[in-house]
Ligand binder design. Sequence first.
Ligand code: PMP
Length: 428
Amino acid sequence: MTPYKDLSREELLKEKENLEQQFAEIKAKGLKLDMSRGKPSTAQLNLSMGMMDVLDSNADLVCEEGVDCRNYGVLDGIKEAKELLADMTEVSPDNIIIYGNSSLNVMYDTVARSMTHGVMGSTPWCKLDKVKFLCPVPGYDRHFKITEHFGIEMINIPMHEDGPDMDMVEEYVNNDPAVKGIWCVPKYSNPQGITYSDETVRRFARLKPAAEDFRIYWDNAYGIHHLYEDKQDNLVEILMECKKEGNPDMVYKFCSTSKVSFPGSGVAAIGTSKANIADIKKQMTIQTIGHDKLNQLRHVRFFKDIHGMVLHMRKHADILRPKFEAVLSGLKNELGGLEIGSWLEPRGGYFISFDSLPGCAKAIVAKAKEAGVVMTDAGATFPYGKDPQDSNIRIAPSYPTPEELKTATEIFVLSVKLVSIDKILEDK
Ligand code: PMP
């Protein structure tokens, strides 16, 4: 296909007329399709329904350590749940705290505690003139909302195909004591589906932070969320890597079973050094007597062990793979060669990230909405909702059916083409 930029004005106008007609036809169908949030579909939720049966009124509700899970106690999680989530996050059960159902909540708490009480005895961030976080972009909007909420200044760090720009990360972290953290989704990242390379992880571990209370917020939300059996990304385990480099306390690893079991009723955890765990527990003991142990038990009885979880994730992959393929083939067939957008083909996770010509993303999302397709707001993948290039759009293919996705992608590519033609005409 000839790149749009090489077409004459007349050719572009003719193409536009043709596309507008197609758009009007599809718009007339009055569709309602949602590609905005990474929600598992009902079929995926149904995969875990067995969890409703493992604890009935006759079940033994006493955990391995002999505690009745219906009662108070066990602040940091029952032993068998620690083991399961430790295997999921590739750390020792001694390095795990089990929380409630949401890892985002744990991240919020972690920032909040650092603001009010400081990290391991260092000055609480609220007493400092300036606190900064590095934000690899595009990234996860809800991370950015947390740091924005606490008035933490966010600095954009460009993502490359092997992870964040590490020259920039090193420059900021090693020289600016106001830089206290970095948001990372290191595997099948939200939204690009990128996995950090071995060298990127090692450079993280070798950081020499100017701030003693600098922490890497390593949100491994998609650690076991592969789409393929034969093509899987591997991520170097960072807690051990940091330990080897003499930075044992530098990382908090977050995870949850939100997209393994139920997003509304999963189990979340933090994996970190024993010193960080002791620091966190000082606050936790004030905050709660313990999280939902019945849910922890239910998860362990249902999955049994990490192997059970891995097998379960294959069933998720079987549902998700055709959806990703529907979107990716639509993009490739309709936009390939036109030079009006680029995207990556993730091997896991929940998203596809699309980059339009600069200055077009907002208009594309608005155009798609006209025909009934809801996308994540353009800009959401950047701190403060501001994409300086106005080019990144996050596509979430998990919820609609493959057929719906095919139509939604048709509408999306038509929107991309129409907006891009206007942009090219404007610039000609
Ligand atoms: N982190 C990332 C990167 C996510 O994409 C999501 C869900 N969209 C979450 C965290 C939310 O996790 P939880 O349900 O455990 O709060």
